[in-house]
Design a protein around this ligand. Sequence first.
Ligand SMILES: [Zn+2]
Ligand SMILES: [Zn+2]
Ligand SMILES: [Zn+2]
Length: 467
Amino acid sequence: MGTCICPIDAQFFDQVAALLTPPTLPQIQEYFEVLEAKRHCSGLKVKPDAKHGKGVHSEVNFQEDDLILKDEMLVGAQHSSNKIDCFVCSFCFRFIGSIELQIGRKLYLQELGVSAVDGSGSSDGIGCNTSSEKTRIPQDTIQSLMNSNLQLPYSENFPLPLVVPCLGGCKEAYYCSKSCAEADWDSFHSLLCIGHGSSSPSTEALLKFVKHANETNDIFILAAKVISFTILRYRKLKAAHVQREGKHDSSNQFDSCIFPLLLEAWKSVSMGFKRRWWDCIALPEDVDSSEKVEFRMQIKDLAFESLQLLKEAIYDKECAPLFSLDIYGHIIGMFELNNLDLVVASPVEDYFLYIDDLPVSQKKEVENLTKPFLDALGDDYSISCQGTAFFPLQSCMNHSCIPNAKAFKREEDKDGQATIVALRPIFKGEEVTISYIDEDLPYDERQELLADYGFRCKCPRCIEEQL
Ligand SMILES: [Zn+2]
Ligand SMILES: [Zn+2]
Ligand SMILES: [Zn+2]
């Protein structure tokens, strides 16, 4: 007796396998040519590479400190814990509002956090007995900062874009512009919004999913954005297809056209994934090698839990293969391995540095006004916006322990795009490399970290040092 495989299951697994088939080299090159043209970066080319599969090569000469690439993210998210510190556009991650709003909002949320922890409830600021050593600002002053009744000196030199709310009416996502609000709605947020305008079949399930992610690992929120992005793109492609071809009254003929549309919608994601999350996650230091397998199983279980919650929130039958654990693991692994931090420097830091640099004659008077706020914010006043993102072109850059380029934010880079600058002159035809790890570590530690990426580094420095 043979095992009976339901034809529907067989088709499902075939489709998952098709989604997980790495793109061919011509497909990769075609995809990146379009990207390069859009990004107006003519100096780079993604080329096949015998050692790593693919790599980014320079087509011109770059000088030291030259900007090599500004790469737009495919998907990114601010860390949940960072949302208290920085109020940024949910699409481009630019700081929004005003210096006063950034400071007021942070003090307000800090205060909320303190009250929640020490139970002091309705404390009214400075002078009240508190365990916190930070100066406390009275609630009504904090409110004045937030509703722009109070203006701090020289803040007009640090203008920020006005806050635009979410189109779906949630109180979670805010933007720097109408165009960012619309782009986010179109690409990700309409399916993940918990407002009244959401197209999620169950915003209640969505809330459960987000809660689970915040309590366990906020990388799940990023994975949800990738799935939402693919579904929304698929729906657009399908609508265009139906308009072109007309609908064959839900016959099989139409069904067989659907899957290629899903593959097409998935294409930009397929450029990025490498390994499943539970196979590539770095082991925490307190896990020794005998517990390795068990640890990876726990991670897999956690991903399964999260996926079930996401399924309840945004499942789409036509995109069923996207909700397989295998796909979910690969999406999360993509963020784990490409190791691309999203960082945007804080204008609040710039503001206080500016005040500190004022001529002595003005400084004293100004500082009388600003210092209480600086003290209340404490050491955290300069925290930058932090998160994780996937940058398609940057992710193609190979690692070297003596890299010729690095990710670096310049003064003028105010949003979440990745910027790569040359560390030394790079010549036409040379491969552009960055370091995935802290390259100052000794040889053995570097190799150990890089093992999670699935390779042993054989860069010139490692070859020399292994002897
Ligand atoms: Zn924006
Ligand atoms: Zn929303
Ligand atoms: Zn190396």
